[in-house]
Design a protein around this ligand. Structure first.
Ligand code: GLN
Length: 271
């Protein structure tokens, strides 16, 4: 009698222990089903949208300490519009190097990339893109004082600056084998500094960004627009993101249809 009641006690303690360990496990995992949350649910639950960008790409993203999040421009207005529509806070994470953005997205450090990012087949392998929101080409830029580079045909043996991991770099790799040296820089603004500092002979960069650098007081000129027909999209994770992509596309469509996108673009583009 005493022995069997002892056995029952031991069994009860064992059951309680198993349940307790399971409960601790669930708490440590962040709640039941935490891993099954969709990208949109995750953003809504945390009450904020974390957008990754790489400033130094005017007029899409420029550093400005007095701007919310420290970055301003077309893309940041679009980011704010998306956060507002989702009814969450916006957090901007700025990266000094455009080429790390997709990895940051894959590692879950950011919810989306809004960085004048061209939708390409390669990038489609590692991210899901929204509908396109802007069309761009590439441009060949040299110093106003330069008289020997009139087009990409004159780049043989020349040193050309690009923004690392961008479509400008891929254009040279795929189409301009005679370029003497391609120098990669973290941001577009770094490429223009290299040009004005005579470290390179030319820059190949997205056409709207090139246009932004052209002014009476700046030493640059565009000598050729290379029609690459690129479309910028917002990159999101491939993981459980169908609802987020659908929502972002709806928001973009609204921005475009209402004329708000046009307003944002002309607000930041030079006359
Ligand atoms: N549109 C180009 C690309 O996606 C450049 C983007 C950028 O430098 N921010 O590669």
């Amino acid at each position: 009698m005493a022995k069997s009641s002892k056995n029952i006690q031991i069994a009860a303690v064992a059951v309680i222990a198993v349940v307790a360990i399971a409960a601790i496990g669930i708490v440590l995992m962040g709640g039941l089903g935490a891993d099954d949350k969709s990208a949109l649910e995750k953003i809504k639950d945390q009450g904020k949208l974390v957008v990754g960008t790489s400033a130094g790409f005017p007029p899409f993203e420029m550093l400005n300490t007095s701007a919310a999040g420290g970055v301003e421009g077309i893309d940041m207005d679009v980011a704010k519009a998306i956060a507002d529509a989702l009814d969450v806070e916006l957090e901007i994470k700025n990266y000094d190097d455009f080429s790390v953005l997709i990895t940051a997205l894959q590692n879950g450090k950011i919810d989306m990339v809004i960085a004048g990012m061209t939708i390409t087949d390669d990038r489609n392998e590692s991210a899901t893109f929204s509908m396109p929101y802007y069309k761009a080409d590439q441009a060949l830029v040299v110093l106003k004082s330069n008289t020997d580079i009139l087009s990409t045909a004159d780049l043989a043996g020349k040193v050309v600056a690009v923004n690392t991991g961008t479509t400008g770099q891929y254009y040279i790799e795929d189409n301009l084998p005679d370029v003497g040296e391609m120098k990669p820089y973290g941001t577009a603004s770094d490429t223009f500094q290299a040009l004005s500092g005579n470290k390179v002979d030319a820059v190949i960069i997205d056409s709207p960004v090139a246009a932004n650098y052209i002014s009476d007081t700046n030493p640059y000129k565009i000598v050729e627009t290379i029609e690459t027909n690129e479309f910028y999209g917002i990159a999101m994770s491939k993981n459980n993101s169908e609802d987020l992509v659908t929502e972002v596309n709806k928001i973009l469509e609204d921005l475009i249809d209402s004329g708000e996108m046009e307003k944002i673009i002309s607000k930041w583009s030079q006359a």
